[in-house]
Design a protein around this ligand. Sequence first.
Ligand SMILES: Nc1ncnc2c1ncn2[C@@H]1O[C@H](COP(=O)(O)OP(=O)(O)O)[C@@H](O)[C@H]1O
Ligand SMILES: [Mg+2]
Length: 261
Amino acid sequence: MANGPTDAVIRVRDVVVDVESHRVLNGIDVDLYRGEILGFVGASGAGKSVLTRTIIGLMPKRQGLIEAFGVDLDKANDSQKRTIDRRWGVLFQQGALFSSLTVGKNVEFPIREYLRLSNRLTTEMAIAKLEMVGLKPDVYRDYPSELSGGMIKRVALARALALDPEILFLDEPTSGLDPISAAEFDQLILTLQQTLGISVFMVTHDLDSLHRACDRIAVLGDGKIIEAGTMEKMMASQHPWLKSYFHGVRAHADWQVAVKG
Ligand SMILES: Nc1ncnc2c1ncn2[C@@H]1O[C@H](COP(=O)(O)OP(=O)(O)O)[C@@H](O)[C@H]1O
Ligand SMILES: [Mg+2]
């Protein structure tokens, strides 16, 4: 199999999305390369969540091409779509977990939906995933309301990993976490990328996360990708939004903390 920059697990070309007759995405071109962590940034309300939800098939597009693992999703039949759904895991920005289900039942949810395994094996798989994200097996019986924000994100990550996906979509995974929990979460994502070779599409506006975890960054503005490339390329960009974002007061303060931390 080809390996290198042209080996994209997700290809998005000229994607246009309207939400309630308002054009949110106006010709998006972006790739997620195999094995990379791509940071996806842009102003609040720019359409980062909309693009994520469009790629995974939860929102309709008006035009454009979305390919996953080389398959045009518009041409995939239901059985192909179901197979592709199993090959990615998603951590949503809101409503990360079912509050009425225990941690264990949350993580088992996709396993029960896609695989027919005994209860014992299903539970064993869920516990293995909880351990993979650094949680002790005894959280299995807890309810989400009993957990800290950082633990909830980890459980949601364990659920996203339940079916051993090749791609992770993470929508603002560290927002609302304290800086230490956020740094630990980023480290966990890096470990998963390095040990399992997972490709990660991470929406974030956490500059520390971008510096710490991401191989490449894509910036969304005015419905298009205004820049994509390495952090060095972002730092050198003359685009006004990128300059204020990557060189602003907040950027420096945040990056100082990241360097020290
Ligand atoms: N379910 C929805 N109903 C109405 N408008 C929506 C909905 N979801 C998103 N939008 C609009 O689409 C735009 C992009 O939203 P979103 O993708 O959530 O932004 P981001 O994730 O970049 O902060 C915003 O203008 C938002 O108001
Ligand atoms: Mg969002």
